[in-house]
Design a protein around this ligand. Structure first.
Ligand code: ADP
Ligand code: MG
Length: 700
């Protein structure tokens, strides 16, 4: 590896022990490499000058040539400041310093030509600049900051010690100077040539000190490509390796159970999207390697049914299946609906959750080990070591985002011979670019069609002043037999404030609807009480369900047609969409009402507008990623992939990502273990980079 970049940052001229410690503490920068890969977050064009008459306080930055005519110190104590009048031919502005006043006074020269640079502000109708950068023409000529000056994030602690963006900029320039000719290329020259990439050295120098926009564009592209390429190479290498290493069971036969169910029991026609996905899965399970496939589909798109068909396929080939859900309620719901679907067929289904009683558990364990139970449905309890299968061939994981990669891997070991096929289902659509990274080791199927006859949910956004109108509407709908969810934000179930809101909300609802029966569920309830409240609502004994987001995932009450979300501005887009998915499951028109306060930030307003505009989970996911950035999207935290990308942005760099993935995929197709001479460099870099810390064994 490039030893030059491995040097400790304290050896860089201008750093030293103290600053090195600070840089490490605040930014985790330890080596020259860390520093060089600490990129500017923006650039300011330092070629542009303004005259004072043009300046207004909305401008982000200004650069002006002029002279200081007078200075004075005003105020005292901590309010003390130095003010200076700065003139050009068109007028004057005020420059202000709060710190290092003495130093400024001694060094500033009246009537000498300066260039000032800073952010203009307005106070009492007059323009001022606080702590401007200030230099003479000669200094600016000397100072090789390039035409565009890079800006770097720094912390308050750093600023206090004068380690600001400008200092970092200077350190980078010092480093650039030393680094010339010492930065080794990380990609093979054949690839660099083929893709017409700028060299790594040129890119790193340019990114800190761009001379023109074209160079900057090329450097940015090269560095983004490289970053995404190595992530994709790692993910795909592991995937290839796993496919080579793990054989899979072959589900060759389409037999009695599958056909019987399809022909005699299935109460409706499958959608084309469901058929397409079933075909994709059948291809996977009929090869000789383990399937790891993700089904993405909006709420209500019929994922569970697809999973059931594959479970029947496993049965036809003599294998047991496990279906794992993230919550007890969901597991029970799956158990009930699958039992109902298979009523009349000779299939034995087991249910195992945290609240299964010891005796029942023991019987179940035995029946599982003997192979009597063909389908086991449950929660995390399924993973426990005590749970031993006779011949587990398929694992279905519902609502993936609640499970980590490690838990998935644990399930693979439930069959000592060969790991079972794994089917993961998620109702949180994530943008394609993100899926390639978060679920990059999985193949992805998409159910992009809802069963026919569903009426699109109508979404309305109300401010508090429409409360009466809302209540009247709810009353009418209840008279027509509808059931209603009213959801309150309870972000962490321990927040006292939120809890009060929920209870207060409950009280107000029972007051506003005296003749209506109301249930309530929240995370603090005992499971059995929660469960019976859910059941009451499900049976139709109660008409309104007041709840927190505990009902977010998967609960299926087709008769519930209205979802009211209180303080909707406090929810993220994907959560709003999940909640909305609780309605619209039956034949009747469904509604979602977003209640919010009047005061909404731009982002909240966009969220509300997006919800009103579209029911399409993928479109919502795209907007969500643009608004929040990919790091916050659900599922990313568990992905095990460092999301502190230094330069690429999964929200914006979809094309580069696709290209990086294609290139990585081509390379691995030709050389799965990166043994060829031209690819050895990749392997070396994969092994070396701590971000993508890599070993072939990490998968097993
Ligand atoms: P998901 O798990 O994707 O949210 P489900 O599998 O729970 O969706 O399906 C939602 C509802 O739609 C269920 O009641 C299911 O029986 C029904 N359903 C599934 N597929 C179809 C179909 N092709 N036609 C009609 N209804 C369907
Ligand atoms: Mg589901």
């Amino acid at each position: 590896m490039s030893e030059f970049l491995d040097q400790e940052i304290k050896f860089l001229p201008g750093v030293g022990q103290k600053r090195a410690e600070l840089l490490y503490k605040e930014l985790k920068l330890k080596t020259f490499r860390d520093l060089i890969y600490y990129f500017p977050y923006k650039y300011i064009d330092r070629t542009k000058f303004y005259s004072i008459s043009q300046i207004h306080s909305q401008m982000p930055f200004i650069q002006v040539k002029g002279k200081i005519r007078s200075m004075e110190t005003v105020g005292s104590g901590i309010k003390q400041r130095l003010t200076a009048r700065f003139y050009d031919e068109t007028g004057s502005i005020e420059l202000i310093w709060f710190r290092a006043i003495k130093w400024q006074k001694e060094n500033l020269v009246l009537n000498k030509e300066y260039i000032i640079f800073g952010k203009p502000a307005e106070f009492g109708g007059k323009i001022n600049v606080v702590h401007p950068e200030l230099e003479t023409e000669a200094e600016k000529q000397l100072q090789p900051s390039g035409l565009f000056q890079g800006y770097y994030n720094t912390s308050e602690n750093m600023k206090k010690k004068f380690l600001n963006s400008r200092t970092i900029n200077k350190l980078q320039l010092t480093l650039m100077h030393l680094a010339k000719g010492k930065i080794k290329e990380s990609l093979p020259s054949s690839l660099v040539e083929k893709l017409k990439l700028a060299s790594l050295e040129k890119s790193l120098i340019t990114i800190h000190k761009p001379e023109n926009t074209l160079d900057l564009k090329n450097a940015t592209f090269r560095l983004k490509f490289e970053e995404l390429f190595f992530i994709q190479l790692k993910i795909l290498a592991l995937k290839h390796n796993r496919e080579k290493k793990f054989k899979g069971f072959r589900f060759e036969k389409v037999g009695y159970n599958f056909n019987k169910f399809y022909n005699d029991f299935l109460p409706f026609e499958l959608t084309n999207a469901q058929k397409k996905v079933i075909k994709e899965i059948r291809r996977d399970v009929n090869r000789n390697s383990q399937m790891n496939r993700l089904i993405q589909g909006d709420v209500g798109s019929g994922k569970t049914l697809v999973a059931l068909m594959i479970i029947l396929l496993a049965m036809d080939n003599g294998f047991q299946s496990a279906l794992m859900a993230p919550t007890e309620i969901l597991a029970q719901q799956h158990f009930q609906s699958i039992s109902k679907f298979l009523e009349g067929m000779n299939v034995k289904i087991g249910l195992l959750t945290g609240s299964s009683k010891t005796k029942a558990r023991r019987e179940l364990h035995a029946a599982l080990e003997s192979g009597e139970i063909q389908i086991l449905i449950g929660t995390h309890a399924l993973i426990e070591d005590k749970v031993i299968f006779n011949n587990l061939g398929l694992v279905v994981i519902d609502e993936q985002h609640r499970f980590g990669v490690a838990q998935r891997a644990k399930l693979w070991k439930k069959n000592d011979l060969i790991p079972p096929h794994v089917l993961v289902m998620t109702a949180t659509p994530i943008p394609r670019t993100l899926a390639m990274t978060v679920y990059g080791d999985l193949d992805v199927s998409v159910i992009d069609e809802l069963p026919p006859g569903r009426k699109p949910i109508q979404t309305i956004h109300f401010f508090e002043n429409r409360r009466n109108q809302l209540n009247n509407f709810l009353k009418q709908q209840i008279e027509k037999g509808a059931q209603i969810y009213i959801v309150f934000p309870l972000i962490t179930e321990s927040e006292k404030m939120d809890f009060k809101n929920l209870e207060e909300g409950y009280r107000q609802i029972t007051e506003a609807f005296p003749d209506v029966k109301v249930s309530m569920v929240h995370g603090k309830m005992k499971p059995n009480i929660k469960e019976s409240a859910m059941q009451n609502f499900k049976k139709g004994d109660t008409q309104i369900m007041v709840a927190t987001t505990v009902i977010e995932v998967g609960v299926d009450v087709p008769n519930a047609t209205i979802m009211v979300i209180e303080s909707a501005e406090r929810f993220g887009l994907s959560q709003l969409h999940q909640l909305r998915g609780r309605v619209g499951r039956g034949v009747n028109q469904s509604y979602c009402v977003l209640m919010s306060s009047y005061k909404l930030g731009t982002e909240s307003r966009q969220r509300m507008a997006t919800m009103v505009r579209t029911n399409d989970g993928f479109e919502i996911a795209e907007v969500d990623m643009k608004l929040r950035g990919p790091g916050d999207i659900e599922g990313t935290q568990q992905s095990g992939i460092g999301f502190d990308l230094k330069i690429a942005n999964l929200g914006k760099d979809g094309e580069i990502l696709q290209m990086a993935r294609n290139v990585a995929s081509d390379i691995l197709d030709n050389d799965p273990f990166l043994m060829k001479d031209e690819n050895k460099l990749f392997l070396k870099n994969l092994m070396a980079s701590k971000e993508t810390g890599f070993s072939w064994s990490s998968i097993s």
